[in-house]
Every structure is written in C-alpha cells, then in structure tokens.
Design a protein around this ligand. Structure first.
Ligand code: FES
Length: 119
C-alpha cells in the first residue's frame, strides 16, 4: 500500500466561496446584534446632542423670554393683518415676507386676517 492511499480523499467540492460553521455563527450573530444596537444608540445620542429643533422666531425680540402682543378689538379698526411666519419686518403685522419665506422653503404659511363683518 502506498502512502498516498492513506491520505483522506480530497473531495472535489464546488466552492461556494463562503462557509460559516455553527460555532462561528454563535459568535458572529451576538457580535453583529451588539454592533447594530450600539450604532443605533450612538446615532440617537449624537443626533439628540447636535440636532436641536429649529426655532421659528429668528430675529424678533430675541432678548425677551416670550414675544407677546395684545390688542383691544376696538382699536383694530375694520381690518388687521397679522404675521404668522415670524419673518415680517413690521411684526406683529404682515408685510408680505411670508411669500419669500414660502418660496425659499416650500412652506405654506400666511397671515392671520381679522376684519369686521360687512354690514
Ligand atoms: S409676513 Fe409673516 S405672515 Fe406675512
């Protein structure tokens, strides 16, 4: 008997190029799950830190803790147009700046119009 006949026969196997054993899976799966969970939690933490919700009021009375205007209904006259986009240079009145804002942002804001009923 020759020594060649003692060697295990090499089986010609069509190579799939990738094989993972059960033992390897018991390590890979928990590591992959832990990595995915860690990435998700890290992204949430980073986004929470860096992405504050944007402010509506960019310029008006920024030194005040709250911007409030009050009018007596008798003083309004027959019609008043109030800004709701916070871009007006005549705030709290609308000066038409909402049009530019809508054009630039794709928003759809407009003024609040208060008027007396036609008699
Ligand atoms: S300018 Fe703000 S609603 Fe018109």
């Amino acid at each position: 008997m020759s020594t060649l006949s003692l060697l295990p026969l090499a089986k010609p196997v069509a190579s799939t190029g990738f094989h993972i054993s059960k033992d390897q899976l018991t390590i890979i799966v928990p590591v992959a799950v832990a990595a995915a969970l860690g990435t998700y939690l890290l992204c949430r933490y980073v986004n929470k830190k860096s992405c504050k919700k944007s402010q509506v009021n960019k310029t008006i009375n920024k030194d005040s803790s709250k911007v409030v205007h009050s009018f007596d209904i008798e003083d309004i006259g027959s019609k008043a147009v109030y800004c709701r986009c916070w871009r007006s240079k005549k705030f709290p009145y609308c000066d038409g700046s909402h049009s530019k804002h809508n054009e630039e942002t794709g928003d759809n804001v407009g003024p609040l119009i208060i008027k007396k009923k036609d008699a």
